[in-house]
Write a protein that binds this ligand. Sequence first.
Ligand code: ADP
Ligand code: ZN
Length: 519
Amino acid sequence: MREQALQQLKNVFGYGEFRGQQADIIDQVACGGDALVLMPTGGGKSLCYQVPGLLREGLTVVVSPLIALMDDQVATLNELGLKAAALNSTLSEDAQREVARQMRAGELQFLYLAPERLLKPRTLNFLQSLPLALFAIDEAHCVSQWGHDFRPEYLQLGQLAELFPGVPRMALTATADERTREEMAQRLKLEQAACFVSGFDRPNIFYRIVPKDKPRQQLLGFLREHKGDAGIVYCLSRKKVEETAAWLCEQGWPALPYHAGLPPELRSTHQKRFLNEEGLVMVATIAFGMGIDKSNVRFVAHLDLPKSVEAYYQETGRAGRDGLAADAWMAYGLQDVLMLNQIMASSEGDERHKRIERHKLDAMLALCELTTCRRQTLLGYFGETLEQPCGNCDNCQEPVVTWDGSEPARMALSTIYRSGQRYGVGHLIDILLGRDNEKIRSAGHQHLSTYGIGKSLGENEWRSVFRQLIARALVEVDLDGYGSLRLSERCRPLLRGEESLQLRRDVSKPAAWGSRGSN
Ligand code: ADP
Ligand code: ZN
């Protein structure tokens, strides 16, 4: 089978060899097995069903959510001399009849259609009367409610298992955290299918995540390593985009702003300049990047925390498309977490939706606070395994120093608890440091037993402690939008002294706790 597959690849598609797991996937399906295929965009998913489609007898049915995508694919296949057609509402009656005729005559090799069209009883009946090679379900994550692309029509695709028992089915997608994958397998009745996750690694990208201190200065320091390089600096808000771009220009950096609020002409001018000129820095919101095809972007910097690992992966993935060394750099701090929480709290979505977003943010935070290889965790999130630490991320190159933060963590937790779980980080730190101010006195917090017990750490060190407590879900940020902290279930073992807590040492060395950590 492999030999034949390679022949098809060369003769029909004009490529010399398979990429990554393509050969294994094709083997699996060509031999009649089911498959779940997870590969990033541009990884080469189409060949995974097109080649087995040619190797097997009968028609290959491709389910795709968007007419534009279908038309592209059909055009490409036709150019290669293959017989492919899309059945959709834009087709005239006559054209539809012609497609049906080709199908009946066994002339058509590939049929693309949307799920709602496929699931019409008429279509299903017709297909049952034909020899079929396989079903390929593209953008299969649309079946998952755990995400933004949910399409109810996809839910019914599970029927194919019973209606076409002998026909292999494959589901393909680029988005796939653990949950999406499980949901996909379950709803599409592909629990028994072979699962292939691959191609997510971008080995030439160096990942670095630093705690935010003086972000502009930190950014400038990072940019100095990239003199003359093109790169993108992502910020969360339009205002911050404009301010940062203006500031970089003042510092002598060739920076341009980009966000959805700029006039369209200006946006397109900036985009064109970024593509055509060398060494420009685009300061942008996430509105910038969709469909940007510039291969020599040397760095992507984040001044604000992305709201999910998927977003981080996608945004950093715009660096180094040419395969040469590139940097993904991010500065993040407590404020980012609080701000994203606030955005989530005020968003429209229902409770379920907010809970999903909260989980995604937690995974992103965990990646930031990681003390081991970033790439292993990043790939692990997409279900891909990297056996060894990568050697090309900050944690691999400069092993993280940790310290035993159990004691200060307990102080922080009991301060949250004793003050009624209604205060934000600033006030909690004031209590721990024994500060005297209006808010302390009006709440009577100078009488708390934890008042002033945290003086052996500085303000920044306390911020780092709180940030890590939140990142590890020992403390929750209230969705009231004020950033109040409260204890989570998970902090109990720590409070009871049954667990200890190793923290990343990021600011300056917290000397007072260093010695305790070692005994
Ligand atoms: P995806 O659907 O995963 O986003 P595509 O199937 O569109 O990706 O493939 C992306 C590009 O890679 C296409 O231009 C395709 O022709 C090319 N490609 C795929 N497989 C191979 C291969 N084995 N050798 C060379 N090019 C390939
Ligand atoms: Zn690493």
